[in-house]
Design a protein around this ligand. Structure first.
Ligand SMILES: Cc1ncc(COP(=O)(O)O)c(C=O)c1O
Length: 406
């Protein structure tokens, strides 16, 4: 027997993309792949060195809460990056084996059987990272998609929802910088959504895995926002992170998506419950991975080099696209979110004529009750390749979609 909850999920993004393109013969530059958000800049050399130096650690079961060196490195980074003083890793932080795993499993600790006497809701932006909907369904809740479109500044308007919806809500997923639009939540937005969560007993899960990829100003973090609220008398100063969890990843920050290393930090009550769940069911990182992760969180030079490479590609995008397809420079992340009218048709054209593979925005979103899919007009373009490949692809995108020679 299969669990019927999962039958409610549509085919995954990548399955849909293969169905769209597999029968289309590739155009002349193939394959230029700008679909997946997998960083392709070199990973720092010290990662391998530290893994090798600690390889004896594969002989041991690793601790759920991380090693003391890992904990210290993460607490140090949280203080440097967000000004969070005195984070006690045992209380406030827990490793995850990549944030996808963490974002999924958090649903099991934060979603009760019912809320306000009904099946709980999990709110998420639309479009969104697909893991959120699967997590909501797995935990027995109903996903509730909140438009994050040009008309809402590409962030979901949670505060504008019907109070009856909020009363049923157990968990909210928020992604900042957002995938795919790159929008960054500011302090005022956090004030509103965190206040809302506390008023309605909702867990706020903030996915900040793109938080280290930004053009100039570092995006405010969820826990930094909590602290600012506490200092302004909003919330309990003895419990500044109440209801809030922030997920952080090395995948994009340090170009090590294969290391599967990140962490969750925030509300000690939720962290304690999460630690229990992971003690039963978690797959903690091997000791050499904790050591490599500690080295990565302790080093900023490679992260700044990374940002320089992304900046050059966004500069190229500005130069080549000149605002066509509504192109804008996002506040964070490494995607272009281009309004091409019909994302699927554009994607087929780009692959068939130019050999450029991008993602139709529709595959990252769900249609509303009227059938309108807020991603349908868009393509997502991941600027993860070298500058040279990115420039070639962007020229091809511009020329193909304008009907010229790709
Ligand atoms: C929005 C978002 N969240 C989470 C993840 C998962 O990252 P990881 O599991 O590598 O930490 C991704 C990966 O692309 C993502 O785009």
């Amino acid at each position: 027997m299969l669990n019927p909850r999962f039958q409610q999920l549509p085919a995954h993004t990548w399955t849909q993309l293969r169905a769209l393109l597999d029968k289309v013969p590739a155009g002349r530059n193939a394959p230029l792949d700008l679909t997946i958000g997998e960083p392709r800049h070199p990973m720092p050399a010290f990662i391998n060195e530290v893994l090798e130096a600690n390889s004896v650690g594969y002989a041991k079961y690793p601790p759920i809460q991380g090693t003391p060196a890992w904990q210290q490195a993460v607490a140090g980074w949280l203080e440097r990056r967000y000004g969070l003083p005195a984070m006690d890793p045992d209380q406030h932080v827990l490793p995850v084996s990549g944030t996808r795993e963490g974002l999924f499993n958090v649903a099991f600790i934060a979603i009760p059987d019912s809320k306000s006497g009904q099946r709980p809701l999990v709110l998420m932006p639309n479009p969104f990272y697909q893991c959120y909907a699967a997590a909501a369904l797995a935990a027995g809740a109903e996903p509730f998609y909140v438009p994050a479109t040009a008309s809402t500044g590409f962030l979901p308007d949670f505060a504008g929802l019907d109070p009856a919806v909020l009363a049923r809500t157990a968990l909210i997923y928020l992604c900042t910088p957002a995938n795919p639009q790159g929008t960054v939540a500011d302090q005022a937005y956090f004030d509103s959504v965190i206040g809302l969560c506390r008023a309605h007993d909702i867990t706020l899960v903030v996915d900040e895995c793109y938080g280290e990829i930004y053009p100039d100003a570092p995006p405010v973090g969820a826990l930094e926002a909590c602290l600012s609220m506490a200092r302004r008398g909003l919330g309990d100063p003895a419990d500044p992170y109440a209801n809030v969890l922030s997920f952080q990843s090395l995948s994009k920050r340090s170009n090590v998506p294969g290391l599967r290393s990140g962490f969750v930090a925030g509300d000690p009550r939720l962290i304690a419950a999460y630690r229990e769940l992971r003690s039963y069911a978690g797959a903690p990182s091997p000791l050499p991975v904790y050591a490599a992760a500690a080295a990565a969180w302790s080093d900023e030079a490679h992260v700044e080099e990374n940002r320089v490479l992304y900046r050059a590609k966004f500069d190229a995008a500005e130069r080549i696209l000149e605002g066509r397809f509504g192109a804008y420079r996002p506040g964070g992340g490494f995607y272009l979110w281009l309004d091409v009218g019909d994302g699927e048709a554009a994607c087929r054209d780009l692959w068939g004529k130019a050999g450029v593979r991008v993602l139709p925005g529709a595959y990252l979103a769900r249609p509303d009750a009227s059938g309108y899919n807020p991603g349908a007009a868009y393509i997502r373009v991941a600027l993860v390749n070298s500058l040279e490949v990115t420039e070639l692809a962007l020229h091809s995108i511009r020329d193909t979609l304008e009907g010229g020679t790709p």
